[in-house]
Design a protein around this ligand. Structure first.
Ligand SMILES: Nc1ncnc2c1ncn2[C@@H]1O[C@H](COP(=O)(O)OP(=O)(O)O)[C@@H](O)[C@H]1O
Ligand SMILES: [Mg+2]
Length: 250
């Protein structure tokens, strides 16, 4: 696997470890408080209220799992020990699987996922599970920065890249605040969270590792991830992943 760690800050420093552990406490605290509230007997809750609290606990548990996965994966990619298991991946199945992971949040926030697939859309060689997590991270960000009732757009098409290489371009576009131009180069750095992006009210704060994982994972597949203005009548950010359809022969 290609080495990708050149510009990344090392995650092994005591400062980063302290920050990571601190950030993991957020969703864990939410889970413990929720369980505490649903088990207490002093103020009996309606069953619907208990279900709602438990669903929030489940969301927080899933978020916590994603944060831990990102931390472990980034550490593995950084020391070149992440093993990829490449297989034929159908882009539509990939997006469906990522959507399914987050379906709860799409439904809760009443957000629609629009899909625009340009034929022919060939399968590509990739680690399906790692790629699913890349798109879960991108969709999770799009969801967090989208208001209720908004739409998120996923586009996929085959392209010819540099040196005539066949590539697959997959993008996620939202109607959120977007990424200011001067921050687009650093938004993929570890622990980067933009101060000026207004999150949707009530949205949980992330660790700033999701896009770091996406970048390292895409680069491990000899691909690239970039961010641009949404365009096409949408107001937010568009994250584009370009992946080779066939592995390189070298
Ligand atoms: N779709 C988006 N719209 C606006 N800002 C975004 C979007 N995706 C990411 N960002 C900004 O980039 C930062 C880093 O994203 P990420 O690495 O996924 O970390 P996290 O989601 O844990 O905050 C976010 O905190 C946010 O400031
Ligand atoms: Mg994120």
């Amino acid at each position: 696997m290609k080495s990708t760690g050149k510009k990344q800050q090392s995650m092994g420093s005591p400062f980063f470890i302290q920050m990571a552990v601190h950030d993991l406490r957020g969703p864990l605290t939410a889970i413990l408080n929720g369980l505490d509230l649903s088990l207490q007997t002093e103020y009996p809750l309606e069953p619907e209220e208990t279900s709602r609290i438990l669903r929030l606990c489940l969301d927080s548990g899933n978020a916590l799992m994603r944060q831990i996965d990102s931390l472990l994966d980034i550490a593995q990619i950084e020391n070149n020990s992440l093993l990829l298991h490449p297989q034929q991946v159908d882009p539509r199945t990939l997006i469906d699987n990522a959507y399914r992971t987050l379906a709860n949040t799409f439904i809760e926030k009443n957000i629609r996922l629009d899909m625009r697939y340009e034929e022919p859309l060939p399968p590509f060689q990739a680690d399906a599970e790692i790629m699913r997590r890349v798109f879960v991270n991108m969709l999770d960000n799009a969801l967090r920065f989208s208001g209720r009732g908004a739409a998120i757009l996923v586009e996929a098409r085959a392209e010819v890249g540099g040196e005539g290489r066949r590539m697959l371009a997959l993008s996620v576009t939202d109607n959120g605040p977007g990424i200011p131009e001067d921050q687009r180069a650093t938004v993929f750095d570890a622990y980067r969270r933009l101060e000026q992006t207004e999150q949707a009210p009530g949205a949980r704060r992330g660790m700033g590792l999701g896009l770091t994982f996406c970048k390292l994972a895409v680069e491990a597949h000899q691909g690239r991830i970039t961010v641009e203005d949404a365009g096409g009548g949408m107001s937010g950010a568009r994250f584009v992943v370009r992946l080779p359809i066939e592995p390189s022969s070298s």
